[in-house]
Design a protein around this ligand. Structure first.
Ligand code: ADP
Ligand code: MG
Length: 594
């Protein structure tokens, strides 16, 4: 026998999709406030939203007669022309409030803009009742005991802390797309977010994401006909091990999109390590009919009319900007990490003193990378026997004659462990990894040319390879010669290598060419021909660069510093590892707690 499901059950089923956890209910409520034109929103969350979520706004309010409709499924005030492709509000499905009240205890207090009385709707399992109440223009919605009506779902909730984190992140997401709205957010009665309305996106992002984000990202922008992409992208060596520091908004709506995220990742591919994620915050503004927002019940995914085109716009926007100054800037997070390590060691020293435990033999500490780490000393002795000694005892520090150059990376003053160049630029201390910069210089020098100079091999080399690679070689003959690779097909499975880039003179030509053809033949992805060749050249450049462990003279070091100035992406080696760190006088001050 087939029967129709009761309303409450229907809503509970819908709630399964719309309200995954407290943060999703919170998101729906705040989005409703913004749709209602609110300029000030005050949010309270208790126990990660499990016991209470309250959202108060100064928006248009809900008229008394509309209150019952607000909690009815598929009732909305936002779809006035029946057109699902002309949506300018966060909501449009009319199911959030209906879903939430079917699984929680809810009350809506509201005073509509043109009304002079406020009313309150209280929803309970048996139904709802409405009564007059006090209150100014706007709406306050309280949701208590979420999931009490569906105990099975309650069990799926995570710890209170992680639910609270999710609520906080939901608020941040919304705040990032609505700079014109002021937010106050209380967690268990304590204020956690208090940000003013602004018209300046930079102020809003700094308010929400902090100084580190602001210091290590750059504002970028791109227009094409009716599409605008803008936002902030990170300097390459400000990257993370997860994708949580990536935000994407489409017409103000926070969304997840694998293809667009992949476009960003690809653009960063040659400058950040494999497995790391760039930090970005991008806004895409496109005509409402170019995107279908009705794909996902929680509206966190969308479908684009032309996602391929958007992906390539994003790719171009980022690569263009990276090749300018951005790739030369070292992340401030790096120097902070250095400072942090120092501070940790320092507090370890303090502890030693406090505990009057002086006898720790420091040399026994098993530091792998000894030369670069601050070693706590036997403090009291160090002070009583302190004699300034200008000659470094450590044989790993090369003493060198001074030679002054004008260079933004400073003048070399020493080399440590035959690996790191120590340079001074005014009051800045700069430490450079010689292998990393050399590798980047070689690669960029190579790729900077319109046509890479090719060196003819003394004896051309013949290689037998897979037929499909020969096809690639034949198809890409012209492009390969632009990249300095001079080859010829001599049989269905054989090619002859006549020349390779001058810079790679003497390297294994067979390996170089096979690697390139394999890379070009690899799964079709969005990457450009250049990027694929770049990838192989990067590895080759790595093998041919000044190694760590090579003693350099002061002028050789200065020479490297000068070349750094003219090299794109110099802040990281070809594998994306950082190539230099910079400490300002201020950083040093902090180190020594002055
Ligand atoms: P939707 O947002 O998709 O329309 P909801 O269930 O979230 O569906 O909300 C239903 C209706 O309740 C909205 O269309 C709106 O008219 C009204 N509403 C909800 N929250 C508010 C609010 N904070 N201020 C004014 N109206 C609101
Ligand atoms: Mg809504």
């Amino acid at each position: 026998m087939i029967t129709k499901l009761p309303n409450r059950l229907i809503n509970q089923i819908a709630a399964g999709e719309v309200v995954e956890r407290p943060a999703s209910a919170l998101k729906e409520l705040v989005e409703n406030s913004i749709d209602a034109g609110a300029k000030k929103i005050e949010i309270k969350v208790v126990d990660g939203g499990k016991s209470l979520i309250s959202v108060k706004d100064d928006g248009s309010g809900i008229r008394k007669d509309d209150l019952p409709l607000a909690i009815e499924r598929f009732a909305t005030s936002k779809l006035d022309d029946d057109n699902l492709f002309n949506i300018h509000t966060f909501g449009f499905r009319g199911e959030a409030l209906a879903s939430i009240c079917s699984i929680a205890r809810m009350s809506i207090k509201s005073c509509a803009r043109d009304a002079n009385e406020a009313y309150e709707l209280i929803y309970e399992e048996e139904g709802y009742y409405i009564s007059p109440t006090t209150g100014k223009n706007g709406t306050t919605i309280e949701v208590r005991d979420l999931f009490y009506a569906t105990p099975a779902r309650l069990k799926f909730l995570k710890s209170t802390n992680s639910e609270a984190d999710a609520c906080y992140n939901a608020i941040c997401n919304i705040a990032l797309s609505t700079p014109g709205v002021a937010f106050k957010y209380f967690e268990n009665g304590k204020i956690k977010v208090d940000i003013a309305a602004t018209t300046d996106l930079k102020i809003r992002t700094a308010d929400v994401l902090g100084d580190e984000f602001a210091q290590n990202t750059k504002y970028v922008e791109y227009h094409e006909v009716d599409t605008k992409i803008y936002g902030f992208i990170s300097v390459p060596n400000y990257n993370k091990s997860t994708s949580t520091k990536q935000w994407l908004f489409v017409n103000g709506r926070p969304i997840k999109d694998k293809m667009l995220a992949a476009a960003v990742k690809n653009a960063y591919k040659s400058v950040i390590p494999v497995g790391q994620y760039p930090v970005f915050l991008l806004y895409i503004d496109i005509p409402a009919d170019a995107v279908d927002v009705n794909v996902h019940p929680a509206k966190t995914e969308v479908r684009f009319r032309d996602s391929q085109q958007l992906a390539s716009m994003i790719y171009r926007l980022i690569t263009d900007n990276l090749s300018e100054r951005l790739g030369q800037q070292a992340s401030t997070a790096l120097s902070r990490m250095g400072l942090h390590g120092f501070a940790k060691q320092q507090s370890a020293c303090k502890q030693i003193i406090n505990e009057e435990y002086y006898a720790i033999p420091v040399s026994s500490s098993k530091n792998v990378n000894k030369n670069f780490e601050f070693e706590p000393m036997d403090i009291p002795n160090a002070f009583s026997n302190f004699k300034p000694d200008l000659k470094p005892e450590n044989s790993n520090i090369a003493t060198l004659k001074n030679e002054h150059i004008e260079c933004e990376y400073g003048t070399a003053i020493a080399q440590i462990d035959a690996t790191y160049i120590v340079a001074q630029n005014g009051s800045e201390l700069i430490i450079v990894d010689q292998h990393a910069v050399c590798e980047r210089i070689t690669l960029e020098k190579l790729l900077n040319k319109e046509r890479i100079e090719s060196q003819q091999l003394l004896t051309p080399e013949i290689i037998s390879i897979n037929k499909s690679l020969v096809d690639v070689a034949e198809e890409q003959f012209e492009m390969l010669s632009i990249f300095g690779i001079d080859i010829e097909k001599i049989a269905a499975d054989e090619i002859c290598i006549r020349g390779i880039p001058v810079i790679f003179n003497g390297c294994d030509a067979k390996k170089l060419v096979t690697d390139i053809l394999e890379e070009l033949n690899s799964v079709q992805n969005m990457e450009s021909f250049e990027n694929k060749v770049r990838h192989v050249y990067a590895t080759t450049a790595c093998h041919r660069s000044v190694r760590a462990g090579k003693v350099l003279s002061i002028s050789e070091m200065n020479n490297l510093l000068i070349q750094m100035q003219h090299t794109k992406n110099i802040a990281q080696c070809c594998h994306g590892r950082p190539s230099y760190v910079k400490f300002s006088a201020n950083d040093l001050k902090k180190m020594f707690e002055r």
